[in-house]
Design a protein around this ligand. Structure first.
Ligand code: FAD
Length: 456
């Protein structure tokens, strides 16, 4: 999705004429029950001379796209059709806080590196049209105060996604965007005059409404229906696979560490079906132990870069973890030797070297995993055991046996290929006046606010 839909809007802005009869259809949004949406309620372009943009999907990409369309082309009729609830993913995003963008990256090149699908295509001027700063300015100007956390993630200061939702819905209403929920667009085609012919209906009834639109924006997220619409209009679809998930690791002792966090680890993913060295399959960052495996930004980033390979290897592979990436192996050994000579009379368990910055529970895990009795004195530990512990700290291997089932920050890799759209306008190269925005495209970012920022 995208808060960066400027380019799509610029195109529309050029093609929209002033309405001849000056009618406003904002009442449809204000009082949808009185004037329910139907092909009769929405004025077809050919009757009034006004043009209609239909937006499929009321997620962040669809709603923001609709607002931007009305901003630069106020006389365009803009209708959002949402089959479920408006902005439902925004609601749960960022743990309910909504991480709207990332404030640490201003360079286009570096920003683009945060998109496992899209990093090559987004390197150019893509983000110049709508940068993270533009996203922040837009929300600030529309009454949402934001804060940037140490890692660059930007949230509303309310720490509630409702601030973002309220802002977007208020703005949509102000601008006269028409919104209809509870209806799905099920098919799309074009007539000889170039109009889009759409069918929309409720799941509970067989009745289908027919709609004619001058412009179509497909912002249907990862819904299968959205992919069907795209293919009906001649587009291809890169097979959708999950991205941004946690790793399942079957290790009862590790599970006991659930809740332990590591502020900085280096993780490397080894997959049997990947023979070449892919730099992005090594990541540095925070990691979290859960009761069934490993999570946290470093793991989520690995899952994103490895999404396709992991899918084809049935989510099985080896994970190599360096728990203290800032300390060299030789230094780790020296620290352990020094500890042995300095704390001769103390039990191993009670005197973990402070330099490692690890919690006692994890220290115990390492000793147990190496088969070293935690209650022996430092004086009694063999040098070989110390080397083995150093090795575990620097190269600890875990077998990944699957992917987390919880949709912590789940996004979908795959969708309409970027090669089939013009990135300057987000218009289809196959069908004029057809636009795409958001997760329906084959673009996805790593965790940290990059998805809301970049999936235009
Ligand atoms: C738990 C969770 C937390 C996340 N947190 C963050 C975060 O903090 N920061 C961040 O950057 N990203 C986050 N993401 C990712 C982000 O939410 C998505 O990238 C983004 O919501 C995609 O927006 P979209 O509008 O393209 O798709 P969606 O939000 O999926 O919206 C598409 C909409 O289209 C509707 N639709 C589909 N087909 C049809 C049809 N045929 N007719 C009518 N309606 C249709 C759907 O019902 C849906 O409402 C998170 C994702 C999840 C799951």
């Amino acid at each position: 999705m995208n808060f960066a839909l400027t380019r799509f809007i610029l195109h529309l802005g050029l093609s929209c004429e002033k309405p001849r009869n000056g009618k406003s259809y904002g009442f449809l949004l204000l009082n949808p029950k009185k004037r329910p949406f139907s092909s009769a309620a929405v004025p077809p372009a050919q009757k009034t001379g006004e043009e209609l943009l239909v937006v499929v999907g009321g997620g962040a990409a669809g709603v923001y796209g609709a607002i931007r369309a009305k901003t630069v082309a106020p006389h365009l009729n803009v209708l959002v059709i949402e089959k479920g609830k408006l902005l439902s993913k925004v609601k749960i995003s960022g743990g309910g806080r909504c991480n709207v963008t990332n404030g640490h990256y201003t360079e286009n090149l570096i920003l683009a590196e945060h998109y496992p699908r899209g990093h090559r295509e987004l390197r150019g001027s893509f983000f110049s049209m709508h940068s993270p700063m533009d996203t922040m300015t837009w929300f600030s100007e529309h009454g949402v105060k934001l804060k940037t956390e140490d890692d660059g993630r930007v949230f509303p200061i309310s720490d509630s996604s409702s601030s973002i939702i309220d802002c977007l819905l208020f703005e949509a209403k102000q601008k006269g965007v028409l919104i209809q929920t509870g209806k799905a667009v099920t098919s799309a085609s074009r007539d000889v005059g170039g109009n889009f012919l759409l069918k929309a209906g409720k799941r509970t009834t067989n009745y289908m409404e027919n709609l004619k639109a001058d412009y179509l924006l497909i912002a249907s997220g990862s819904s299968r229906q959205g992919y069907v619409l795209a293919t009906q209009l001649g587009h291809s679809i890169v097979d959708p696979v999950p991205s941004l998930f946690t790793f399942k690791i079957e290790d009862a002792r590790l599970a006991k560490l659930s809740g332990v966090t590591f502020p900085k680890v280096r993780v490397k993913l080894k997959l049997e079906n990947v023979q070449t060295n892919i730099p992005q399959l090594t990541q540095v960052g925070p990691m979290l132990v859960t009761h069934w495996g490993l999570s946290g930004p470093a793991i989520l980033r690995l899952s994103a870069w490895g999404a396709r390979h992991l899918f084809s290897s049935d989510y099985k592979g080896d994970l190599l973890v360096d728990f203290i990436p800032d300390i060299k192996m030789e230094d780790v050994k020296s620290i352990l030797m020094k500890q042995k000579h300095q704390f001769t009379k103390q039990k191993l368990l009670n005197a973990c070297p402070l330099e490692f910055g690890i919690v006692k529970r994890f220290w115990k895990y390492l000793l147990d995993r190496e088969g070293v009795d935690a209650d022996i004195l430092w004086a009694s530990i063999s040098n070989n055991s110390l080397i083995a512990i150093a090795s575990l700290l620097k190269h600890c291997m875990f077998r990944v046996t699957g992917k987390g089932q919880f949709k912590d920050e789940f996004v979908t890799a795959g969708g309409v290929p970027l090669s089939e759209i013009s990135l300057g306008t987000m218009e289809s190269k196959i069908q004029p006046h057809l636009f795409f925005a958001g997760e329906v495209l084959n673009v996805d970012g790593v965790t940290g606010g990059f998805n809301f920022q970049g999936l235009s």
